[in-house]
Unconditional design. Structure first.
Length: 196
């Protein structure tokens, strides 16, 4: 009976050691994944080292973004191209607020503002107020394989900018038929004057 108790104690002890080792390994991997995410931001968005994109992004990844980019497969170079388009038009002033990791997912909340040095950048990209963004990366074999993007610019002037742009586009679309109508009216006037 004593040997059964010793065997059970040994089994519980060994399972506890393996459990602790598994938790320690998982925690270490989560810290490594958070570092991959931090370095991704540092190189592509906080400094203009976009050629380092291959260090962080898998050759092909899935993106869940705003607009039409939902559940879309993209090549790694796409992240470089997006970052380059920003860097060609200005620069970021950004910082990571915090990160949370669980299993192969890393959530990063970062805040940034963009200062433009081009006309296009001032119209389309510049932010007077900092915008908070939450990205969630799925990391596999040391690379980002899936990417969720959530911007928090609803309460900033960005929303007004998009509203004004939408109004301007709508106004332009409405002016086209009016211009055509005016043109047709002038032609009819010329035709009537020739008949008289």
């Amino acid at each position: 009976m004593k040997s059964i108790h010793l065997a059970l104690i040994f089994i519980f002890f060994i399972s506890g050691v393996f459990s602790q080792e598994k938790n320690r390994t998982r925690t270490n991997q989560q810290e490594i994944n958070k570092e991959i995410a931090r370095n991704f931001y540092q190189d592509l968005w906080f400094t203009n080292n976009t050629n380092n994109y291959k260090k962080y992004v898998a050759d092909e990844y899935v993106v869940h973004d705003i607009g039409d980019r939902k559940n879309v497969k993209e090549l790694a170079i796409t992240q470089k191209n997006i970052a380059d388009s920003f860097w060609e038009n200005g620069y970021f002033n950004s910082k990571i607020d915090y990160q949370i990791a669980e299993d192969d997912l890393v959530m990063t909340r970062w805040t940034g503002s963009f200062t433009s040095n081009t006309l296009f950048g001032r119209i389309a990209l510049e932010t007077k107020e900092p915008i908070s963004i939450i990205n969630v990366f799925k990391i596999k074999d040391g690379k980002i394989v899936e990417f969720w993007n959530h911007r928090h610019d609803i309460e900033t002037p960005q929303t007004l900018k998009f509203t004004v742009k939408g109004f301007a586009i709508g106004l332009l679309i409405a002016l086209i038929p009016i211009m055509l109508l005016i043109r047709v009216k002038r032609k009819l006037k010329v035709i009537r004057s020739k008949r008289q």
